[in-house]
Write a protein that binds this ligand. Sequence first.
Ligand code: DOR
Ligand code: ZN
Length: 439
Amino acid sequence: MATDYPQTGPLNAPELDSLLIREVRPYGEGELVNVLVRDGVIASLDAGDATAERVVEGRGGVLLPGLVDMHVHFREPGREDAEAIATGSRAAARGGFTAVFTMANTTPVIDQPVLADAVWAKGQEAGLCDVHPVGAITKNREGKQLAELGMMADSQARVRVFSDDGTCVDNSALMRRAVEYSKAHDVLLAQHCADPVATEAAVAHEGPTAARLGLRGWPRAAEESIVARDLLLSRDYGGRVHICHASTAGTVALLKWAKEQGIEVSAEVTPHHLLLTDARLETYDAVNKVNPPLREDSDVAALRQALLDGVLDCVATDHAPHAAVNKCCEFDHALPGMLGLETSLAIIAEIFVRAGLADWRWVAKVMSERPAQITKLPGHGRPLAVGEPANLAVVAEDRPWTVKPRELASKAENTPFAGMEFHTKVAATVLRGKVTHEG
Ligand code: DOR
Ligand code: ZN
């Protein structure tokens, strides 16, 4: 019943003993300060004219704890043509992330300790962000037999989050067993909520747009019925359930009810479900195909409010790179998913901070602190304070930029945000005192 995570290896030992981050405002509050980092730890938040081996110019930017993304797809092993752990890690660093959880739907599926250990080791080798493998809940993600959760939990990678993401664990008896197991091992079950029968061959949100375009619709109830079932399983058997990529107003209502009952549930929302609707489908461009699908304005409004209210706990990108061959094809045949890591902070800043709905402390909460708490990940999502690990992001609040797929660090280019202008950019990222991105 260990709740520890693996030791970060010597590969990630800071290159330098000291780093000075000049002229930043922690959480975007108060005066500009110089921050001194020594041996991978914050040594001073008021370092004056201290010197260091390396200097990062903050230029008045906002200092945040390094972001944590509990839902990405790095495609290694199996589809390194779309993304690899090294390229995904670079995208993460450029997006301000210092830790990510990469999903198990690789080829082969991450359902054994040896595979989880390999993912962790490759992430440490890349040295740009901590890449924690998510283990599959069922063997080969087939939904038939539980995978060896305990063995993966005890492996070198110390797997603490399990998910069949990409598919739903729809068998209720099996999910009940998983919930019981998760309680015994104190691990998190992240559910991809989509009733497979109700969503068979579905490619778009069920509504007037899909009907007009002749696309097979994906009803809200297919998500909400699984959310409701899993909340009840958690209530009755006590495991920690996490709802992946909440996409409907009804899911929000169910989560609110569950939290009022004291059920220990958490939920994430993606930047794309917070920004885009199924109006994007008019062009039939499969770059907008994603699972769960883009919904309607009323859902977007409910998701935004729920994130502000804490009914939704955190932002997760569901960064889902796909090779051009799997996206530049008929809508029905394209694979679902979109890139997220390099645009997420800019989108959240645009919707919430620049619109005056939230401040940077709140961004730190939903993009760093809460995901680290939900995954019980130590060392990340910590307060900006002396003695804490120097996992940091520096954000330029007013540096307009336009998303150009070719210029992203990801191997894939499937971003629906191509051509959009955002105002906020990650200027630097620091992992345990090492500068992993500066731009
Ligand atoms: O759009 C999606 N893409 N949703 C998922 O659940 C899986 C993901 C993928 O692996 O591409
Ligand atoms: Zn996913």
